[in-house]
Design a protein around this ligand. Structure first.
Ligand code: SF4
Length: 377
């Protein structure tokens, strides 16, 4: 089993909170598709197994034309074995999802959409500099459904400043009324080099206090559970049979190839590689046959710590026996005092041979993981 990730680094305009890699100069899109196609061919020996998941992320992959998608799919199909049952996801901005474009996506082979709704609050959409209105978001979703997409994920953002608990409840009720197969929730974080960071420094933006953000998140967990969505990871909720296979593959340490600027790859053993995170430099490197990938060999301890980090973020939890087979010590013995404290605080539980976070623990998953890491010394 293997996966392919394709990074499409263009957006119509920059959302004020976003620090992903993208450019708003769309004039280079065709050239970029050619460069990514070249990289797909060049790295055809990276994966040795059938590809079970393909993910078009960004940026805004729904800016790709039908012909550009075809070029990428043709190149992938000529160079890799794609399973007949592959999950093929494309991240779409709702304003792109006309019926005609949805048909193009479906015909090209995309069988799962991930749509960035973020909120149904019109003013907040403008404030975040999203391109679409709430009505356009709903229309885009309905167009995709009418076209025949039967596996759709919607993204929502919580902890938006001046968007209180009642407004958050309305957002959840609205998303539930659309009945998607999958929902991803992200807490708004203020990242460096974003407009929101600038506003924060100028005291024009005040972040939602941690306890209020936690309350919104915990409310969402209960609400979505009652509506039949299983939380299978910190941010991800799906109906039975609709968990993201691509996400699961990442967490399971399956090999994947990432192409496009800023994409990274994992060989399934002990090497990660990172593509240059700059559109112009990426295309120049491809065009002039220069190196555009950096490699990092993971130590045994780094691999164990990655298992802990990704395991803790999932509902399944950390497989203690697997960690024991990789390490010199058992995790639960090494950190017994800390784990007892976390259990007393209702953050963590041990079920059979798995260590699992409880809802309050999910709020601080990464901090808990850091405390459980093994040391190289
Ligand atoms: S559309 Fe997505 S990738 Fe582009 S700026 Fe907005 S959040 Fe970031």
């Amino acid at each position: 089993m293997a996966g392919i990730y394709i990074h499409i680094p263009f957006c119509r305009q920059a959302c004020h909170y976003c620090d992903f890699h993208f450019s708003t100069n769309l004039s280079k899109q065709e050239e970029m598709v050619d460069a990514i196609s070249w990289e797909i061919r060049d790295r055809r020996d990276y994966l040795h197994e059938d590809v079970e998941t393909i993910y078009f992320g960004g940026g805004t992959p729904s800016l790709l034309s039908g012909l550009q998608l075809k070029k990428l799919f043709d190149t992938i199909n000529q160079n890799f074995n794609i399973s007949g049952k592959a999950e093929i996801t494309l991240e779409a901005n709702p304003e792109d999802l006309t019926e005609e474009y949805s048909n193009t996506l479906l015909d090209s082979g995309i069988n799962r959409l991930s749509i960035g709704i973020q909120t149904f609050d019109e003013q907040k959409l403008k404030w975040m500099n999203r391109v679409h209105t709430a009505d356009e978001a709903i229309q885009g979703y309905e167009n995709a459904r009418a076209t025949g997409f039967s596996n759709i994920s919607l993204d929502l953002i919580y902890a938006i400043p001046d968007h209180d608990r009642e407004e958050w409840k309305k957002d959840l009720a609205s998303i539930n009324s659309l009945n998607p197969e999958h929902i991803s929730l992200y807490g708004l974080t203020i990242e460096e080099k974003t407009v929101f960071r600038k506003w924060e420094k100028e005291n024009k933006l005040i972040q939602v206090p941690e306890d209020a953000a936690a309350e919104q998140y915990l409310y969402a967990i209960d609400f979505l559970k009652a509506q039949g969505y299983n939380q299978y990871e910190v941010s991800n909720f799906g109906r039975e049979g609709y968990h993201s296979r691509h996400n699961h593959a990442y967490w399971a340490g399956v090999p994947y190839l990432g192409v496009g600027p800023g994409a990274h790859s994992f060989d399934g053993q002990n090497t990660r590689s990172f593509n240059v995170r700059n559109n112009a430099r990426y295309m120049k490197a491809i065009n002039e046959s220069l190196e555009h990938v950096e490699h990092e060999a993971l130590s045994d301890i780094q691999r164990i710590n990655e298992r802990i980090l990704t395991g803790l973020r999932t509902k399944k939890g950390v497989d203690l026996n697997q960690i024991a087979s990789l390490a010199d010590h058992r995790l639960e013995e090494l950190h017994s005092d800390f784990l007892n404290e976390m259990e007393r605080k209702n953050m963590i539980e041990r079920v059979d041979e798995f260590l699992r976070l409880k809802p309050h623990g999910f709020l601080v998953a990464d901090e808990i993981a850091l405390r459980l890491f093994f040391s190289d010394e």
